[in-house]
Design a protein around this ligand. Structure first.
Ligand SMILES: NC(=O)c1ccc[n+]([C@@H]2O[C@H](COP(=O)([O-])OP(=O)(O)OC[C@H]3O[C@@H](n4cnc5c(N)ncnc54)[C@H](O)[C@@H]3O)[C@@H](O)[C@H]2O)c1
Length: 343
């Protein structure tokens, strides 16, 4: 297959990045990973290699190291970038705000500066539905107001979006797509890659699978008195492979370079369906036959009640749609947890 170009994937050893590297390969792109392994392991490359049959090019570099990053651009003909590299734990960001501002904002600025110097054509940026806070109307669409962030992490995503928008408005040479992810879950169906964070998982499903595996004692359901049908919070859980494919759709969209493609665009990436925490537990138990030890506790500060996506814009313009049934996503997540335990 003729290569469609080389994509620099920052944070490509991480959870969403590793799945995206696989999908980039499947779609005919070459990849090059830049990751400092602050929240990932080098063994992820073995998992990617098992799936795609070749080892991705990897540079252990911190995106805040401008010189090292520029050298990667200097030595490789990079068509476009996908910027996953960031610190992402909401709670930690409250304790260490400066670390979050430095990492998430400094790394983006370095990357954009390199893209200008080396004439890169496009960037896909990992944003989040946290920018909406608790939306007034559900499902939430891209024109909903951006509410004041409740955590330094959320604030970095808003600032990052503004930085990219301002850079584009200043007339730079590249296009940008901001993808606002809802709640990524699951793992690759091969069982070779999945989420394996350092420390306590932030992601509900990874906490849940670790609980079933006996690594965590029990799952806490935070709040059962929300104004939702069963009282627990509602989220839009998006399969990580479906999410990875959205990045390919965004790149294709920008690199086709049609006359009417805007220089910057923003898309919700979700299923369009909200599931409560209790429904998710029920689906997991049905899909895997495993019982989840869980308890009900008070609401957690900072949690919003309910959010799910209006994903019509991505469905129509990017021609992308979430396709994986929730049961399959949950089975893949459990299979991944079982495979980790065997190591
Ligand atoms: N997972 C989610 O629930 C979620 C939701 C919305 C948005 N996002 C965003 O998506 C992106 C990827 O998330 P993820 O879940 O794959 O996280 P992750 O932590 O698994 O992946 C991020 C990767 O970036 C690397 N990294 C961090 N700082 C770096 C730096 N300065 N230089 C080089 N590498 C660096 C980490 O080592 C890690 O491998 C992040 O920007 C995150 O904020 C994630």
């Amino acid at each position: 297959m003729v290569s469609k170009g080389t994509i620099l994937v920052t944070g490509g050893a991480g959870y969403i990045g590793s799945h995206t590297v696989v999908e980039l390969h499947n779609a005919g792109y070459k990849t090059l990973i830049v990751d400092n392994l602050s929240n990932s392991r080098i063994e992820v490359l073995d998992g990617i290699e098992k799936i795609i049959g070749e080892r991705p090019l990897f540079f252990q570099i911190d995106c805040n190291d401008k010189q090292a990053l520029a050298k990667v651009f200097e030595e490789n003909d990079i068509t476009a970038t996908i910027h996953f590299a960031a610190s992402k734990a909401v709670g930690e960001s409250v304790e260490k705000p400066l670390l979050y501002y430095k990492n998430n904002i400094g790394s983006l600025i370095n990357l954009l500066e390199c893209m200008t110097v080396y004439q890169t054509k496009a960037i896909v940026f990992s944003s989040s539905c946290t920018v909406y806070g608790q939306p007034e109307h559900l499902p939430v669409n891209e024109s909903a107001p951006i509410l004041p962030a409740v955590s330094p992490y959320g604030c970095t995503k808003q600032v990052n979006e503004n930085i990219i928008r301002d850079a584009i408005n200043s007339g730079v040479n590249y296009k940008a797509t901001l993808l606002r992810y809802f709640n990524p879950i699951g793992a690759h169906p091969s069982g070779f890659i999945g989420e394996e964070p350092n420390g306590v998982p932030q992601n509900l499903i990874t906490f849940l699978t670790q609980t079933v595996a006996g690594i965590r004692k029990e799952l806490s359901v935070f709040g059962t008195d929300y104004n939702t049908p069963d009282g627990s919070c509602i989220r839009d859980y998006i399969d990580v492979v479906d999410l990875a494919k959205a990045h390919i759709a965004a790149l294709d969209y920008m690199l086709e370079d049609k006359e009417d493609t805007p220089n910057i665009d923003v898309f919700n990436i979700g299923t369009g369906v909200g599931l409560s925490v209790l429904e998710l537990i029920k689906y997991f138990e049905q899909a895997t036959g495993e019982k989840i030890p869980h308890k009900y506790v008070d609401r957690r500060a900072g949690d919003i009640e309910a959010v799910w996506a209006d994903a019509h814009k991505a469905n129509t313009i990017l021609q992308w749609k979430a396709l994986t049934p929730i049961e399959e996503t949950l089975r893949n997540a459990w299979q991944w947890q079982c495979n980790i335990a065997k190591r």
